[in-house]
Design a protein around this ligand. Structure first.
Ligand code: NDP
Length: 242
């Protein structure tokens, strides 16, 4: 069975990606931080979709936690390897630059950018040895055009976009693809403080997107049908100008 790791799989876009991958017959490793009830619910959905998986809690902003969790899994699964990685988990801590605290800067950079480095490099070696891997990074419209109040978040997501393009060129010859998905406004806990009606007029499709609409693209990018696509950043944003 092919094995996929989805960071932030307990809720929102990550949960939808876990379900999508389960429908595609992946065994899904569901990472989350603290919300174990939500993560268990995702596992139930994965099973309902006809596949299986397990919970893998660790704090993606902490390199030691990542190292321990992934080493433990490897120790208990010596014959297996994780061929699909969805770097999805992320946080927002918005503030205007002039008031941004060191904490808000570092938390967002550690969670949204440094996690990409720490998790991906850990799994990359197996993908290269096995000559197959799919890495999908969930970035943001913010990382493409920059959004006021999100200097930290825009910097982190733009960093992952640059890393996507560079890494894709490093590992293409080993049949490892690296792509980014850039959502616009998607209905999840992350956007529950944003009033959809304020944005209807500026989004050509006239609404926020759903987590499933993002998951559909992530599923496609890890499928055989996307085998010649790498180094790309694909938007799922209802036509919002980027
Ligand atoms: P949610 O806030 O709904 O869910 C966040 C997920 O990330 C949860 O599963 C949470 O785990 C996990 N998480 C957060 N911090 C950590 C951590 N330190 N370690 C491990 N897991 C962590 O977010 P969305 O589903 O909306 O967002 C998913 C991704 O999509 C993010 O990268 C976000 O930046 C990006 N995005 C979202 C957009 C949107 O409109 N929603 C738009 C553009 C991009 P737990 O449940 O344990 O807290």
């Amino acid at each position: 069975m092919k094995i996929a790791l989805v960071t932030g799989g307990s809720r929102g876009i990550g949960r939808a990606v876990c379900i999508k991958l389960a429908e595609m017959d992946f065994y899904v490793l569901i990472n989350y931080h603290k919300n174990s009830d939500a993560a268990k619910k995702t596992l139930e959905y994965v099973k309902k979709a006809g596949s299986d998986g397990e919970l893998m809690p660790f704090d993606i902003s902490n390199p030691e936690h990542i190292e321990n969790a992934l080493n433990n899994w490897k120790e208990n699964n010596k014959e297996k390897y994780i061929s699909v990685l969805i770097n999805n988990a992320g946080i927002r801590k918005d503030n205007l630059m002039i008031w941004l605290t060191d904490r808000e800067w570092h938390d967002v950079i550690n969670t949204n950018l440094n996690s990409f480095y720490n998790i991906t490099r850990h799994l990359l070696q197996d993908m290269l040895v096995k000559k197959f891997g799919r890495i999908v990074n969930i970035v943001s419209l913010s990382g493409i055009k920059g959004l006021p109040g999100q200097v930290n978040y825009s910097a982190a997501k733009a960093g992952v976009i640059g890393a996507t393009k560079a890494l894709a060129q490093e590992v293409g010859k080993k049949n490892v693809t690296v792509n980014s998905v850039a959502p616009g406004y998607i209905k999840t806990d992350m956007t529950k403080d944003i009033d959809e009606s304020d944005y209807r007029k500026i989004i050509p499709l006239g609404r926020f997107g759903t987590p499933q609409e993002v998951a559909n693209l992530a599923g496609f990018l890890v499928s055989e049908d996307a085998s010649y696509i790498t180094g790309e950043v694909v938007s799922v944003n209802g036509g919002l100008y980027t």
